[in-house]
Design a protein around this ligand. Structure first.
Ligand code: NAI
Ligand code: MG
Length: 500
């Protein structure tokens, strides 16, 4: 195996990458039954940085067995306060190893290093601490019942059991922790499958969890492809719940596979989120927000603001500012100082994104900025703006998951009903962003938009306390906040007749 490391990579990250990576099952790194391995690439260079084990269905069986034993065994015997302490230690270890984690995230996902350090690593430590707080605070209720006689009734909130978690490649650390943290907090045990393209930081997290005192078998990590590894988790009769983030197509497959034992399913399936700019808004801030939402991490963000609607009086000003920014963004390796945008994850994703740009032009859209690939190696796409986009075009209706903004305008003829109806035209409903100083417009639009997340004068709201998830075909359930605790618990109603 010939691996090439970026020269700026620190010693800890280098030494981790140089290791032979295995599966984490029952607290130990073990080889996969098949012995097969997958190449892991640096998307900014296309070069090999490591290989990962491919878990087969029999490896998933072993991981599920370990998770079941840990669920009925040691993990069920920990008190909430003990779980909180373990989770807080886990968060501190993440921070103590923050440089290494950030560099691994950068080299494998392509995101600029400062964001990996200050966004991803800091974000997952916060998520753990937030969820660790719920561990000692969540509980049941004592409903007032109206049954004849005298009763004492209460509810219990209990862990669902063994949960399968299948995550994508765009935010490997965050996607892992949004799922691991509420599962640990509630007392569930986990079989996590990272993306076959970005499994490295999840494996490192697994080691840190053990070091923090998470008992063996509570967090198992099986690396491998959607098929067979992910499919085996989704169909497994020993898995009580599956949580998934990724494409709608795979979400539907998981749903069908989960039907066998009717396991609980939560899905986060991306979006085509509208950004609506009213003429009274701070247009400079709006343009900057639009750019950071669609170009940051090369648009590979499920809540990316990918459809821009600007009032015609503000349209030219906003579009010019967006195009200026699009043309000045510094593309490069995430480890290089000053890089603002990295590559997309793979050759396949690059072909998919450029395919959309071409199809948009064929269907009548105009290229306003960007449109091509960039760099001599790696998978770089230029920040791109398309104008003249209409509903019905693939670039308008479908998730591109690349740095491609579709811009449209609206006039004074359009009232809030019409503007929101246009914004609501896609099958997705993940996020929406409204730019205005008028409180009435802001609140009325927030009510009318079919989206699980609405930001006003902001493009994102990355806070562990805020529920995250979608309306319509953007998914089922909400991660983050107390809603995430609900996703990992069952409610039991206990009623006691006090008269016998
Ligand atoms: P994908 O949805 O196929 O992959 C996501 C995860 O699901 C990976 O871990 C993969 O191994 C797993 N998976 C794939 N097939 C599976 C199966 N049959 N059973 C169980 N697990 C399975 O996403 P992909 O193909 O990498 O990207 C395609 C498009 O999906 C992107 O262009 C983007 O539009 C969308 N996507 C959306 C994401 C989001 O955050 N909403 C994240 C990643 C992709
Ligand atoms: Mg796929």
């Amino acid at each position: 195996m010939t691996t090439t490391f970026h020269p700026a990579l620190g010693e800890a990250a280098r030494s981790f990458l140089s290791r032979q990576h295995h599966l984490l099952i029952d607290g130990r790194m073990v080889e996969s039954d098949s012995g097969r391995r997958t190449d892991i690439l640096d998307p900014a260079t296309g070069e090999l940085i490591a290989t990962a084990a491919e878990a087969s269905a029999s490896d998933v069986d072993r991981a599920v067995d370990a998770a079941r034993r840990a669920f009925t065994g040691p993990w069920s015997k920990t008190t909430p306060a003990e779980r909180t302490r373990i989770m807080l230690r886990f968060a501190s270890l993440i921070e103590a190893n923050g440089d290494e984690l950030a560099e691994l995230e950068c080299i494998n996902s392509g995101k600029p290093l400062p964001f990996c350090r200050n966004g991803d690593v800091a974000g997952i430590a916060e998520m753990l601490r937030y969820m660790a707080g719920w561990t000692t605070k969540m509980g049941g209720e004592t409903p007032n019942v109206s049954l004849p006689g005298e009763w004492h009734a209460y509810t219990l909130r209990e862990p669902i059991g063994v949960v399968g978690q299948i995550i994508p490649w765009n935010f490997p650390l965050n996607m892992a922790m949004w799922k691991i943290a509420p599962a640990l907090a509630t007392g569930c045990t986990i079989v996590l499958k990272p993306s076959e393209q970005t499994p490295l930081t999840a494996l490192r997290l697994g080691e840190l969890a053990l070091e923090a005192g998470v008992p063996a078998g509570v967090l198992n990590i099986v690396t491998g492809f959607g098929n067979p590894t992910g499919a085996a988790i989704a169909a497994h009769p020993g898995v009580d719940k599956v949580a998934f983030t990724g494409s709608g197509e795979t979400g539907r497959r998981i749903l069908l596979a989960a039907a066998g034992n009717l396991k609980r399913v939560s899905l986060e399936l991306g979006g085509k989120s509208p950004v609506i700019v009213f003429p009274d808004a701070n247009l400079e801030a709006a343009a900057a927000g639009v750019c950071s939402s669609i170009f940051f991490h090369a648009g590979q963000i499920c809540a990316a603001g990918s459809r821009l609607y600007v009032h015609e009086r503000a349209y030219d000003q906003v579009l010019e500012a967006v195009a200026r920014r699009a043309k000045s963004i510094k593309l490069g390796h995430g480890m290089e100082v000053g890089t603002e945008m990295g590559p997309v994850i793979s050759r396949r994703q690059l072909d998919r994104v450029t395919g959309y740009i071409h199809s948009g032009q064929e269907e009548g859209a105009t290229l306003y900025a960007g449109g091509g690939t960039a760099g001599e190696r790696g998978f770089f796409v230029q920040p791109t703006v398309l104008t003249g986009v209409k509903p019905g075009m693939a670039v308008h209706d479908e998730e591109i998951f690349g740095p491609v903004l579709c811009a449209m305008s609206f006039s004074d003829d359009a009232d809030l009903e019409r503007i929101s109806a246009t914004a609501n035209t896609t099958t997705y409903g993940l996020a929406a962003s409204i730019w205005t100083k008028d409180l009435g417009i802001a609140h009325k639009m927030a009510r009318r938009l079919q989206a699980g997340i609405v930001n006003v004068n902001a493009l994102s709201s990355p806070d562990a306390a805020l529920p995250y998830g979608g309306y319509k075909q953007s998914g089922w359930g909400r991660e983050r906040g107390f809603d995430a605790i609900k996703l990992y618990t069952e409610v039991k109603a206990v009623a006691i007749n006090l008269n016998t």
